[in-house]
Write a protein that binds this ligand. Structure first.
Ligand code: ACO
Length: 379
């Protein structure tokens, strides 16, 4: 195949995979996941239904869903070496994404030789929440809570963090979040996973690599800092001064801007709606209103700062609002993103396995070509 030989920084606009998993239309502000427009499925499906749909290309029937749930519930418990590692990590005070990345590397232990991809996919999906909850509790000097096989994936996650069964409204709120961010085209972490699988490597390696890519503040590390920014502002009347100072100092406003979306990220709307319902039910809209005020000011500041660049609200801004409303601590926001996105990463791993084509782009050499060797004693 002929190669264009053009250097495109950041691979912007380059199509490097074909997928049936999600369609991101950055100009229309539209997101389709597993064939469904995001807003038609995110607040209806359970997380297990969403994952099944991505992995199988269709919604499960009742029996398939029951079997899938049962099979996942059996794979939630962590192997003893993983727990030991998490305990050691807690004493080192690693950040949560580093803890997740390290522990996930051990989840291939005891994997069968046959149907390894299928087994590892279920193992990784099922055990992610257990790793995050255990890492979080251990780092706060609390005992690890074993998973409850009677609870669904999202409910069990909250249970393992807090030690009590969550309300149906909180489970629904969390599932809407998990479904909303489960997949998003060829984002950096998904691309990483696909590159690794394309070398005929295993799914654990692919997911460990993807976690590393997600950790960065330009990708999945933004919701914590976005929330911190709102806390720092504290009162809508201070928003302009605080944001102006940040922009003048060359900082990026977390939760704004996107490589693909040049209009408002459609996921922001789905999450804002879920957050609104949740905060309304709680009876306290103060924080919700502050976030909306901060958003308005931030958008007008960004237009002033980068005129015509269309820097709009992205998913991370409303992630912060929703996850905070659900009572999750800031330190667990990015790992919770990973708990969702692992479903999409694994769907891409299956797709890449089927595509069976090594991903190997080229580089353009811009260094010298005629240097002279100087013996060590003469340098
Ligand atoms: N605040 C201030 N300025 C910004 C912001 C922002 N949030 N986003 C972009 N800009 C500026 C850039 O500095 C750049 O200016 P320049 O051309 O003078 O250098 C210009 O706007 C264009 O931005 P790019 O960096 O080219 O946009 P890119 O597509 O590379 O980056 C990104 C997108 C990384 C998301 C960026 O908007 C950003 O850093 N946002 C803040 C972090 C964030 O919210 N990350 C979560 C993204 S969503 C997700 O991954 C799940």
């Amino acid at each position: 195949m002929s190669t264009p030989n053009i250097y495109v920084p950041g691979l912007e606009g380059i199509v490097a995979a074909q997928t049936k998993l999600s369609k991101v239309d950055g100009l229309a502000g539209e997101l389709v996941i597993g064939g469904f427009k995001l807003e038609t499925i995110a607040n209806k499906a359970s997380f297990e239904e969403m994952v099944f749909t991505l992995w199988n290309g269709r919604l499960p029937n009742e029996k398939e869903l029951k079997d899938f749930r049962k099979s996942l519930a059996k794979l939630r418990e962590l192997p003893e070496p993983t727990l030991k590692l998490l305990k050691a990590i807690a004493t080192e005070k690693l950040n949560m994404m580093d803890a997740l990345r390290s522990a996930v590397g051990t989840l291939g232990l005891n994997s069968p030789k046959e149907n390894q991809d299928q087994w590892l996919a279920q193992r990784l999906l099922a055990a992610f929440p257990t790793v995050v909850a255990a890492a979080w509790r251990l780092s706060h000097g609390k005992r690890v809570i074993a998973p409850d096989p009677k609870l669904g994936h999202a409910a069990n996650y909250l249970y393992m963090i807090e030690g009590k069964a969550p309300s149906a409204a909180r489970v629904r709120g969390l599932e809407t979040y998990l479904n909303t961010v489960i997949d998003h085209g060829l984002n950096a972490s998904t691309f990483t996973a696909r590159v690794i699988v394309s070398t005929a490597s295993d799914f654990v390696s692919a997911i460990v690599g993807a976690i590393g890519a997600l950790k960065g503040p330009l990708h999945g590390g933004a919701p914590g800092p976005a929330l911190d920014m709102v806390f720092e502002i504290g009162d809508a009347s201070k928003a302009e001064a605080v944001l102006r100072k940040k922009l003048a100092a060359g900082e990026r406003l977390m939760g704004f801007g996107h490589r693909i979306y040049k209009v408002r990220d459609p996921r922001a709307d789905v999450l804002a709606k879920a957050a609104r319902e949740f905060y309304e039910a709680d009876g306290d809209m103060k924080f919700y209103d502050l976030v909306l005020d901060v958003e308005k000011v931030a958008l007008s500041m960004l237009e002033e700062h980068k005129p015509g660049r269309n820097l709009q609200t992205n998913v991370e801004f409303y992630t912060a609002l929703l996850l905070h409303g659900l009572g999750l601590p800031t330190g667990i926001f990015s790992p919770t993103f990973a708990v969702a996105r692992v479903g999409g990463w694994l769907a891409h791993c299956f797709e890449q396995r089927a595509a069976a084509r090594l991903i190997r782009p080229q580089s353009q050499y811009i260094g010298e070509t005629d240097k002279h060797w100087i013996p060590l004693e003469s340098r």
